[in-house]
Design a protein around this ligand. Structure first.
Ligand SMILES: CC(C)(COP(=O)(O)OP(=O)(O)OC[C@H]1O[C@@H](n2cnc3c(N)ncnc32)[C@H](O)[C@@H]1OP(=O)(O)O)[C@@H](O)C(=O)NCCC(=O)NCCS
Ligand SMILES: CC(=O)OP(=O)(O)O
Length: 331
């Protein structure tokens, strides 16, 4: 069974409520129609019902819940909560009202915060910064977690590498230039995400342009130091570095460049040294390798809220909603 079909089956077992704020985008509405047909989640659409219906000709959204911020009875309680949470950051009742009535992502995040939805998916027509900022500001990190990061679940067709073509790539969406401590934390969180979503054991490669000291530079030192920290923090994790991409995933290259490493040649979780590498890397595999790229999915945040690329399809949104529902089951 395909990865996404297994996730969909899990999502159906205990249906969660996912809020989709980007109702001005046709792909969101097409995805909602399919999610409801496939019975993957209950769907809340934010906006005026009339406007949404105008944009959804040919689609069946009769089973969705429509929440219009202008008239919804809980809007005032959301405004009050934003003020309570952000007054130290200068939030006033006027600003809170203006923010949540004009930024439906913010409104959707408040629905999750107040327990009126289990998760949120947004980002088809908003940048990652504008999607994740309200999530970080309002929902904050999970207890015991300092850093939120963003990963992609990559499903590469006809691929013998990784877990039959399944990989977690991280961080591809949020932290621009993580230091060694942050990279180590991203590695630990990504291993947990891989296990949760695939049910398989993670094998984590800390990627670099150097393999085990083959090149010398401060950027290489950062990854080597992150590897050391990660091994100390997660002693039971199968993790190694620094490794080049070929040494990480191709068994023969791994044997020749890093013969003593258990990860080399077998990695299924790839930790990129910075956001340039991670974001470019996932898009290369998606576009040139025809891979399914689900994400950016967040890890370390106190509730399941996930982003999308503005280049996503309606199918991608359906997949990310199903994954969000599974994350919500395991929250
Ligand atoms: C997400 C992002 C916008 C946050 O940065 P910012 O706008 O400068 O916002 P701030 O640094 O003020 O952070 C906002 C809040 O989030 C928190 N935060 C930011 N990054 C965080 C992280 N990685 N983990 C946990 N909390 C974080 C901050 O502590 C802050 O909380 P506070 O307001 O209660 O003090 C920024 O990291 C970013 O732009 N990342 C790159 C996104 C991107 O362009 N990706 C490429 C396409 S996928
Ligand atoms: C993940 C990502 O790159 O998002 P976008 O394409 O929206 O910038």
């Amino acid at each position: 069974m395909e990865f996404i079909d297994t996730i969909k089956e899990k999502a159906r077992e205990d249906k969660k409520t996912i809020v989709l704020p980007e109702t001005e985008d046709r792909r969101t509405l097409e995805a909602a129609d399919q999610i409801l047909k496939e019975d993957l989640a209950n769907i809340i659409l934010i906006g005026s019902k009339d406007e949404i219906e105008k944009g959804s000709t040919g689609l069946d959204l009769s089973k969705a819940e429509f929440v219009d911020p202008e008239t919804y009875e809980k809007t005032q309680s959301y405004i009050d909560k934003v003020v309570e949470l952000r007054s130290k950051k200068g939030m006033t009742p006027e600003k809170a009202k203006e923010t949540i009535l004009n930024d439906y992502t913010y409104y959707g995040v408040m629905m999750v915060k107040m327990g009126d939805a289990d998760g949120l998916v947004s980002g088809a027509c908003h940048s990652t910064a504008n999607t994740l900022r309200p999530c970080l500001q309002i929902l904050k990190t999970k207890p015991g977690t300092k850093l939120v990061s963003a990963f992609f679940l990559m499903d590469v067709p006809d691929c013998e590498y990784g877990e039959d073509g399944l990989f977690v790539f991280s961080d591809c969406g949020l932290n621009q230039n993580p230091n060694s401590e942050e990279l180590a934390a991203i590695a630990g969180a990504s291993a947990d995400s891989f296990r949760l979503l695939t049910g398989k054991d993670p094998k984590v490669a800390m990627l670099s342009y150097s393999t085990m000291g083959s090149a010398k530079h401060a950027d290489v030192d950062k990854v080597a130091e992150a590897t050391k920290r990660a091994k100390e923090s997660y002693p039971d994790l199968t993790l190694d570095g620094e490794l080049q991409l070929d040494a990480a995933i191709v068994p023969e290259v791994g044997k020749s460049k890093a013969p003593k490493s258990k990860v080399a040649g077998n990695a299924n979780v790839l930790i990129f040294p910075n956001l340039d590498a991670g974001n470019i890397g996932y898009k290369l595999v998606q576009r040139l390798g025809n891979a399914e790229a689900y994400g950016p999915l967040t890890q370390g945040i106190a509730a399941p809220v996930n982003d999308l690329s503005r280049g996503c399809s309606a199918q991608d949104i359906v997949g990310v909603v199903a994954i969000t529902a599974v994350q919500a089951q395991n929250q």
